[in-house]
Structure formats: C-alpha cells, structure tokens
Write a protein of this length. Structure first.
Length: 90
C-alpha cells in the first residue's frame, strides 16, 4: 500500500505537506508554501523523482579512532596444539 500526502497548516499558518506511511509513521515533512496550489505542485515533483532518486551521503564519516576493539580478558590464554608445557620436541 502506498503512503499518503497530507496538506496541513503549520504554527505560522503556512501550508506544508507530510508523507505518511500506511502504519501512520511520518516519513517526511516539507518546507513552507504560500498556498495549497504550490504545495500540490511540490507533491507532484516529489512523486516524479522520489522513486528514482539516488542517495547522496552528506553525513560525516564515523570516527574510527573512538571505536574500541574488544580485548581478550587477561585470564584467557591461547590454546596450542600439542602437550601442555611442551616445546614441540619429542
């Protein structure tokens, strides 16, 4: 099922629209428009390009220096194939 575009008046009495998913989740909210006709024209523009729009990632890259690598607890020792305390010579 497709979402719904809802026209509404904001706190400044300007017209906006929002895209609402079938479950009621608001997916997007527009900027302000002076009247319903311009808002409706913007909805048509969104309908035309939204399905084919590419994703442009403008978010900052994660700071990898802050990412911690989990360390082994001190009481864990690596296991070796062979006898305990063996140097490998028979």
């Amino acid at each position: 099922m497709a979402g719904t575009f809802e026209l509404f008046a904001d706190e400044d009495s300007r017209i906006r629209f929002r895209l609402v998913a079938p479950d009621g989740t608001v997916l997007a909210v527009s900027g302000q428009y002076p009247d319903k006709y311009q808002a409706a024209a913007a909805i048509e523009d969104v309908r035309e390009c939204a399905g084919t729009g590419l994703i442009s990632d403008l978010a900052p890259a994660p700071n990898l220096a802050r990412t911690r690598t989990p360390k082994r607890p001190h009481h864990v020792r690596p296991r070796f194939a062979g006898k305990a305390n063996s140097l490998g010579a028979a």
